[in-house]
Design a binder for this molecule. Structure first.
Ligand code: MTE
Ligand code: MO
Length: 422
């Protein structure tokens, strides 16, 4: 989807919102919603910077082919020729999953699932589990350090615990390591891990950790990690290993994720934060300024999005890195989409975690997904202003609190300049 089409869609939902407020004319004026670059990490980018692919008011779910891709591997596993994919287990027909005990820190299992013993799980076996244990949930895929989402998906599969159970673990099992196809080159292995407790049980009403084989109702394609990937509902992207080939059951007590190598915090779940999508670069004095954007709803939920506009020459308050002393006003959180256009029939099929049987979200905004917001700033006097937005989570904590540290997930407050002409 092109940048123009994307912004067209965003404008459509926000326009509907402003029209309900009787403000259609305010928007007609100087084409105030002309898109501009989003800021990332507080730095303003050029006006031509494309809107992040993963942020969609409608159709809301990102078509699989439009996710942003950050996959590693030389060659990229999804770029291998079909014949090679068949040979290495990257097709539904050839896929096999081994579930092994870690030789260095063994877990005691009744049996391993191995290729050698012809007990490895195949795709039919996985689907069989799905007949009785199907899990489906909405989740935004976000890369830890990038902040901007790679895509919003409706992910479908079976709980990892059902596959672990096939080995009949007895004791000495504290963690699951897992990795996928990596061109048979140990230096290319991209692995992640979870405490066994998270795999066996779902705290705080989270969906289970799944072995995923469908996205938005279609088979998971090769680029998104198919035939099978892990999806960890509350995790950043690096926990959701693609081209899954191995689960290793271990008695080691700590993480050994590939992502830990870059000074990343590999245990912290998704944060809540807001970002703008449409803020005018320049407006006329006295004219109301419509602004809009999205918020990622992390583990602590979302109660509000707020905005703040201050003269650019206002002295920066001391000891206030999070602008707690600034004057913030509430933006409007936009309702869920009426049609889920990227899905067949435009509907969320039952059962889906967090949705009722008619396909309506049980709560909104919904944790682990994107929400959209809009606000109208009253007319301003001539000059330059800093525009900021932030979230307040369900516990009342303003972004980037309670977790402002950068390496546990991007959530810096962004800052944009609006010029008001006489
Ligand atoms: N096997 C494998 N899995 C992987 C990766 C990878 O490079 N190789 N990248 C991870 C990272 S860092 C992210 S952010 C997500 C991105 O998922 P997506 O490609 O579906 O957007 O995949 C994760 N899973
Ligand atoms: Mo990532």
């Amino acid at each position: 989807m092109s940048h123009e089409t994307f912004m067209g869609e965003h404008l459509q939902v926000t326009r509907r919102h402003f029209q309900r407020l009787g403000l259609a004319s305010a928007m007609a004026g100087s084409m105030p919603l002309a898109s501009r670059g989003r800021s990332v990490g507080g730095q303003q980018r050029g006006a031509s910077r494309p809107v992040p692919a993963g942020v969609r008011p409608e159709p809301y779910f990102t078509p699989a082919g439009e996710f942003q891709d950050v996959s590693r591997g030389k060659p990229l596993p999804h770029a291998l020729p079909d014949e090679k994919k068949r040979e290495v287990g990257l097709t539904r027909e050839s896929w096999r999953l081994e579930v092994l005990s870690d030789p260095d820190h063994p877990a005691r299992l009744k049996q391993e699932l191995t290729g050698a013993k012809a007990t490895a799980l195949d795709f039919q076996g996985l689907l069989k589990i799905g007949e009785t244990h199907l899990v489906r949930f909405a989740k935004v895929m976000t890369c830890l350090n990038m902040g901007c989402p790679l895509g919003m998906g409706l992910w479908e599969g079976v709980p990892m615990r059902e596959v672990v159970a096939l080995t009949q673990p007895r004791e000495n099992l504290r963690r699951v390591f897992y990795y996928g196809f990596h061109n048979n080159d140990p230096t290319q292995m991209f692995r992640s891990s979870l405490p066994i407790g998270r795999v066996l049980e779902d705290p705080y009403d989270l969906p289970p950790v799944i072995l995923c084989y469908k996205l938005n109702g279609e088979w998971l394609d090769s680029k998104r990690g198919g035939p099978v990937r892990v999806v960890v509902p509350e995790g950043y992207g690096f926990k959701s290993i693609k081209w899954l080939s191995h689960l290793v059951l271990t008695n080691l007590s700590h993480a050994n994720d590939t992502y830990a190598e870059q000074n990343n915090d590999v245990d912290s779940p998704l944060k809540t934060f807001a970002a703008s999508l449409s803020v005018p670069l320049e407006v006329k004095s006295g004219q109301p300024v419509p602004v809009s954007g999205y918020a990622q709803v992390g583990i602590s939920g979302l109660s509000k999005v707020q905005i703040c506009i201050e003269p650019a020459d206002k002295p920066v308050a001391e000891n206030d890195p999070y602008f707690l002393k600034s004057k913030w006003t509430d933006a409007t959180l936009l309702p869920p989409p009426e049609l889920w256009n990227s899905l067949k029939a435009g509907k969320i099929p039952p059962p889906t975690h967090g949705f009722d049987d008619s396909g309506k979200p049980k709560t909104w905004p919904m944790r682990l997904t994107n929400s959209h917001w809009a606000a109208l700033i009253p007319g301003l006097g001539q000059g330059e202003y800093n525009f900021r937005c932030r979230t307040i989570d369900e516990k009342g904590q303003p972004q980037p609190l309670p977790r402002p540290l950068r390496k546990s997930g991007h959530n810096a407050i962004e800052s944009l300049v609006i010029r008001v002409k006489g």
